[in-house]
Structures are given as structure tokens and as C-alpha cells.
Design a protein around this ligand. Structure first.
Ligand SMILES: [Mg+2]
Length: 263
């Protein structure tokens, strides 16, 4: 059952204004949404972070590897490879099916929370303030809720390109996110998406507060509801639980995310 409101296209004047804003943002984001390279991160040291298979895993060493992966080009390349395939598939199928649609996850699919992830040293801290939002403050933790409310996550460019292609090809866009339904977080999530270039969508589906267990159950049920009216040509997510083996979508595109795991 779809429990959230349906976002419909606003009036013509608003659409025109939004279209202009969309083009400007798309241009700006092409320039600015490059993955941030860490100031001072030394990619020549990567071989020193290699694991010794004869010894137990070392979490500190793994963190070095994850930052190598993010800052030294691996994440960007792997993410782009999946995004490019998804875009090609969208453009192949968009005009071959009835009522085409795509489903996008949000976190680490459409938007990057790297600032929070890095600040929390790969830990998950649900509550508390987020010092990353206060420049000059020492490296305190960043509470997840405050981070999300700040609406400062940044567009992941390959997914933004898929979104832009969907809009250009008349394909409906649905976001299904594990972020919990609530007026404050919904408003912040919408603000964040819009600021990063995801200007219009058919529906933003957030996880109900009373939904428990794996998000896979909720997400799959929402795709099933969408599939009653649309042909979901692709579903993109960074967790297997976003995709559920591609049920109710023609194709599932799994983006890399070695930074956290949602079963
Ligand atoms: Mg995600």
C-alpha cells in the first residue's frame, strides 16, 4: 500500500520556472559534483594498506582501504560504470514499454552522505548533533538525523545523469527510501533532492515509522504497487535490500557501497 502523498506536476508557470532551474542546476552540478578528493590523502600509500590474508582482519586497516577506495578513484569509477549501464538500459527501453518508470534509492544511490560517513569514521550514530555542519569545530561525531535534516548530502553524478535521462525521455521517477516518514525529514529530503538537481519526481516514498525488519520488505511492496500502473524498467540501489533480486523491475542495478551494510 502506498501510504504517502502523490507529488503531481505543478502549474505551467511553475513548471517553466522549474525547467529553467533544472537546466541551470544540471550545468552547475556537472561542474561541481565531482567526488571530493581529500586534501592531503596520499594515494601512493595504498599498497601499505593491503591486508595480510594470514592474519585476522584489522578494522583500522580496512578504514584506510575504504578511504583509498573513495579518494583514489575506485569508487567513482565503479559507481559510474553501473550508472552508465543503467542509463543505456533506460534509453533502450524508455520508448519500448507502456508507462515507463524508474525507481531510485536515495542514500548512496542518488545522494552521497560521505561527509557524515567520513566524520563518523564509518560508524553509525543515529542521534546527537552533527559537528560536520559547524565549520571550525573539532572532529566530533555527526548524528545521522541532524545530518539528514541539514539537507547537505550531494548528488552522485551518474545517478543524476540517469534521472536527467528519465526526465528527457518521459520516464516516471519514483524514489523509495529507508528514511523514515515524518514531516521534518520529508521536507529536508525534498529540499536536498531539489538542491542537488532532482527537481521533479512522481512520488517520494519514505519508510513508515511502524515498518520493521529488513527494508527489503517495504521497498519490494512499494515497487509492487508502482508496477500496477507502470513498467519499472530499472531499479537502482546501493544495498541488495533495495533490489530484492530485481522483483517488480525489469533490471536491478547494484551500486557499490563498501561503507555500510543494510541487511
Ligand atoms: Mg541507500
Amino acid at each position: 500500500m502506498i501510504a504517502t502523498r502523490i507529488d503531481v506536476w505543478p502549474n505551467f508557470a511553475t513548471v517553466t520556472l522549474r525547467a529553467a532551474a533544472f537546466m541551470l542546476l544540471a550545468l552547475a552540478l556537472t561542474i561541481t559534483s565531482q567526488p571530493a578528493l581529500a586534501v592531503g590523502w596520499d594515494c601512493t600509500q595504498r599498497e601499505k594498506h593491503a591486508l595480510d590474508p594470514t592474519r585476522p582482519l584489522n578494522i583500522g586497516q580496512l578504514k584506510f582501504q575504504l578511504r583509498d577506495y573513495y579518494y583514489c578513484g575506485g569508487y567513482e569509477a565503479d559507481f559510474a560504470a553501473v550508472g552508465d549501464e543503467a542509463k543505456k538500459y533506460l534509453e533502450l527501453r524508455a520508448h519500448q514499454v507502456t508507462n515507463p518508470a524508474i525507481v531510485l534509492d536515495i542514500d548512496e544511490t542518488s545522494l552521497s552522505n560521505w561527509v557524515e560517513i567520513d566524520r563518523d569514521d564509518f560508524g553509525f550514530i543515529p542521534g546527537g548533533t552533527c559537528a560536520a555542519l559547524e565549520p571550525g569545530k573539532p572532529a566530533n561525531a555527526c548524528g545521522d538525523y541532524e545530518w539528514e535534516i541539514s539537507a547537505q548530502a550531494t548528488a552522485l553524478r551518474p545517478t543524476l545523469a540517469v534521472y536527467q535521462s528519465a526526465k528527457a525521455n518521459g520516464v516516471a521517477v519514483f524514489f523509495i527510501t529507508g528514511r523514515r516518514e515524518g514531516p521534518e525529514l520529508r521536507a529536508a529530503t525534498e529540499r536536498n533532492l531539489e538542491a542537488q538537481g532532482y527537481i521533479v519526481w512522481n512520488k517520494l516514498i519514505m519508510r513508515p515509522v511502524d515498518s520493521h525488519g529488513s527494508p527489503s520488505t517495504f521497498k519490494t511492496a512499494e515497487r509492487e504497487a508502482i508496477a500496477k500502473k507502470f513498467t519499472i524498467i530499472l531499479n537502482m540501489g546501493d544495498q541488495q535490500s533495495d533490489l530484492d533480486d530485481g522483483k517488480f523491475a525489469e533490471k536491478a542495478f547494484k551500486l557499490p557501497n563498501p561503507f555500510y551494510f543494510i541487511p
